[in-house]
Each structure stands twice: as C-alpha cells, then as structure tokens.
Design a protein around this ligand. Structure first.
Ligand code: COA
Length: 442
C-alpha cells in the first residue's frame, strides 16, 4: 500500500498535476502503401512539427523530447534528437530515444511524466513513430566480417582473400528478426497459443475485429478523429496527401472474415489477416506540461496522467497478457477500481489477445492464480471498451500506438464531459503497460 501511496503522490497534487495539453498523429497507413517512400523519422518530424504549430506554443518553453521507435534505424539511432533538429525546434532542447516494443510511447510519455512530476522539467514532448515499410535489411555475420577485413586490407590480393571463404548463402540479405529471441515464437504464434489455451473461438475473434473496424469507421464518419489526426503530404516529394487511416474498412461482413485462412498455424489456427493488427506506418506525439504552467500560459488542457504501471511476465507463458498484470497496479496507484472508469482502451495486437485479457480481467480464479488477489480485476463494460475502434482497424505502427491511444481516450473523455480512462497494452517480451488518465474538467 505504501508503494501505491508514493506513486499517487508522485503524480502531483492539484495545481501541479502532469497535464497533457495536446496530442496528434499522422493517419496510419498499411505497410508499403501511402508512406512506402518515407521513414519513421520523417513521419515523427511531421507529427511533432504540426503539434507545435497547432498548439501555438513558444518552442523555447519545451525542455525535453523523449521519442521512440521499435524498428531500429541504422542511420538515425537517436530519433528523438533528430526530431528536435529536424523540426526547427530550438537546438538546446535535449532529447533521448526509448524502446519498449509495442509499449514504446507509453514509455516516452511516462518518462516525460516522471521528469515533470519530479520537477526536472515543466514541459516536454513525447511520442513514437515506426515504419514497417523501412526496415533495416542487414548482411550475414560472415559477409560483415569479410567487408570489414576487406576495408582494412593493404593490397588488392588481401582484399580478394577476405571474400574467398564466403558461400552463396552468406551473400543473402538478412531481414529484421520477427521472432521473440527468448521463445523463438513470433507474436502471431504466441497469440495463437493463447487462443488455444484460453479457448478463444475463431468467431469471437472475427466479431471483435469487425467491431473494431465498424467503430473506427463510425468515428471517422462522425468526424471524431478530425482534430487528432493531421493531413500528411508525404515526404520527400510532398505531392500526395493522406488524410485518413487507410486500413479501416467501412463495410465489413463476418462471412468474409470467416473465409480467410489462418496465418500463423495454417492447419489448426484461428488468427487471420483480419483479426490481427496489420503491419503499419505512422507517428504520434503528445505535449505535456505541469498543470500550473499550462494554466499560466493560457493553454486548454486535454487531461492529466493520474497514474501508470508496468509489469512483466514470462514470455514462454501467455506472452500477451501484459494488460492483466499492469492494469491492477495502475488502478491501485490511482486509488480506483475498474468500474470507476468511463473508458478503457486496450491495444488490439490480436483479437485473441484482447479476448484472453478481458477473460482474465473478469476471472476471480485468474486473479487468485496470477496476481495473488481475492477479487477479479473487474467486469468489462463493452459500451466503454475501445469505443472508437482499436489497433486491428486503425493499424499499429508499434511505437506510435500508445500516444494514439492516449489522445483518442482523452478526446473521447472530453466529448463525454470528463471522467477517468485507462489505456493499456501488451508488448513483446511479456511486458504490460497501463496508464490511468483523467479528462479535464468541463
Ligand atoms: C497477419 C499478417 C501476416 C497479414 O498480412 P498480409 O497477408 O500482408 O495481410 P493482407 O492485408 O494482405 O490481407 C490478406 C488478405 O486478407 C484480407 N483481409 C484483411 N483484413 C480483412 C478484413 N478485415 N475483412 C476482410 N478481408 C480482410 C485482405 O483483403 C487480403 O485479401 P486478398 O489476399 O484477397 O487481397 C500481418 O498483418 C501481420 O504480421 N500482423 C501481425 C503484426 C504483429 O505481429 N504485430 C505485433 C502485435 S503487438
């Protein structure tokens, strides 16, 4: 209990809370489509520059930028600093980059939250960007050694000798690893394992995926995303514009979902291209400030970070159960229970992962076995759950998703006149992240 008390205190008394002043993202696009010729770094710059312009803040007020990327860039390893240098922000704004797999922009956000809550800074930028269209393709270890030896060779003969022992297969390009190093399973295979162990049916997964698309399409149709998603003229030609996410499907039919073949276990599996989050490109950004500073500068506040928590479990078990471990910790730290929430936004890596977690949330036995608690985390109210769609429909540019969820939740709380919201995500390595948000008072 003492631990929870400390965390609550750390996130600030009234007047000194950590405020989220604004959030923005690019439209999210399917891999190899609208953003195929650009990079995560460029998308990140666009999101941050546009956010700054829209808020109209004097950039000298910003003290730090923490930004993330999951698919690494060999050309710009510190994306956060490149964003500062590439957006016309003052060069004295210090910056560092973070990676926590799919919870990366949870991490960049809570890093800024901590810096503000501890009085280190009063204003910072957080966010994340990823491009599944711009993945680093590397070479084999043997070719790497040969290239280095050749570059150091003093004679033409030595240079040729460096390559002499290479075989044809050493010359093949090496794509980035998609398997979890500790388990050898891809995310899809881990989700498939969870579907089987938790008896999550194919139909339930397809229904959840269709729900995600229908709600996201409705939200776009009603203009709900207009303020939180910018228009992007795609670098570096700036000729083609993209205004909306291009993965959201308006006219879904369950019968069509049912026809798709499973991808990760072709024989007995239930996970398909429709009930998994797609490989996506995009970027998001948040501007955070200490409450009294935001008020003194005359900014409208979108909401506050009330608490947060991370948790981890053995990835060899049910790897994507992170939300069920992180959520109760974050709720305790906020001093609330699940039913106090107006909204819950759970990252949809796979429908099977969402349904495994919602099943765990509602189970007293699961809470006893896995959390050592007497009570279940709480009943899911589907009228409050992922109400404007989630990552299955909107897409999932890994590092951008957390900040996308935070902005989407705070904007919806605003429409509903305030209240509390939870954002939660699973991430590779068995990590879970959860943030409790407080909508600004109307
Ligand atoms: C699942 C995955 C392999 C599918 O990739 P893909 O085969 O390139 O997917 P596509 O978009 O081409 O879809 C395949 C087919 O399904 C169809 N489809 C996809 N979503 C659909 C939907 N909602 N309704 C109907 N059909 C759909 C497509 O139209 C396509 O049909 P076609 O072959 O007739 O053109 C890929 O998205 C993936 O790896 N996702 C998981 C990413 C991941 O691990 N994320 C980490 C989670 S944290």
């Amino acid at each position: 209990m003492a631990k929870n008390g400390t965390a609550q205190q750390r996130l600030g008394k009234k007047g000194e809370r950590v405020a989220i002043v604004a959030g923005l993202r690019t439209p999210f696009a399917k891999q190899w489509t609208a953003y195929r010729d650009t990079t995560a770094q460029e998308l990140g710059k666009l999101a941050v520059a546009e956010l700054m312009t829209r808020v109209g803040i004097d950039p000298n007020e910003v003290e730090q930028c923490v930004y993330g990327q999951v698919v690494p860039s060999v050309h710009a390893p510190n994306i956060a600093r490149e964003i500062v240098l590439g957006t016309g922000l003052p060069r004295h704004i210090e910056a560092y980059s973070v990676s926590r797999a799919c919870a990366t922009s949870y991490q960049s956000t809570t890093s800024i939250v901590d810096a503000i809550a501890t009085g280190t800074i009063a204003c910072g930028i957080a966010g994340g960007a990823d491009s599944a269209s711009d993945v680093p393709i590397t070479v084999s270890k043997r070719l790497q050694v040969a290239l280095i030896e050749a570059s150091k060779a003093r004679s033409f003969q030595d240079r040729i000798k460096a390559f002499a022992s290479l075989g044809l297969k050493d010359l093949a390009p090496v794509p980035p690893a998609i398997k979890e190093p500790s388990t050898g399973l891809t995310m899809g295979e881990s989700a498939e394992k969870m579907a089987k162990e938790n008896s999550i049916s194919r139909q339930a997964q397809d229904e959840l995926a269709l729900r995600s698309h229908s709600l996201a399409a409705k939200a776009w149709g009603e203009g709900k995303f207009d303020d939180e998603v910018m228009e992007v003229y795609v670098p570096d030609r700036y000729e083609d514009a993209i205004r909306q996410d291009n993965l959201v499907r308006e006219d879904g039919e369950l019968a069509k979902y049912a026809k798709l073949k499973p991808v990760f276990d072709r024989k007995h599996g239930t996970i398909t291209a429709a009930n998994a989050s797609p490989l996506t490109d995009g970027a998001s950004a948040l501007l955070l400030m200490r409450e009294d500073k935001a008020k003194a500068l005359g900014f409208d506040i979108l909401g506050f970070v009330r608490s947060y928590a991370y948790a981890a479990l053995d990835p060899a078990g049910q790897m994507l159960m992170g939300p069920s471990y992180a959520t109760p910790k974050a709720l305790d730290r906020a001093g609330i229970t699940l039913k106090d929430l107006e909204l819950v936004d759970m990252h949809e890596a796979f429908a099977a992962q969402v349904l495994s977690n919602t099943q765990a949330f509602e189970s007293k036995q699961w809470a006893k076995d896995h959390l050592g608690r007497d009570e279940a985390i709480g009943e899911i109210d589907w009228d409050k759950f992922n109400v404007n769609g989630g990552s299955i429909a909107i897409g999932h540019p890994f590092a951008a998703t957390g900040a996308r969820q935070i902005t989407q939740t705070l904007q919806e709380l605003k429409r509903r006149g305030g209240g509390l919201g939870l954002c939660t995500a699973c991430a590779a390595g068995g990590i879970g992240a959860a943030i409790v948000l407080e909508g600004a008072e109307a």
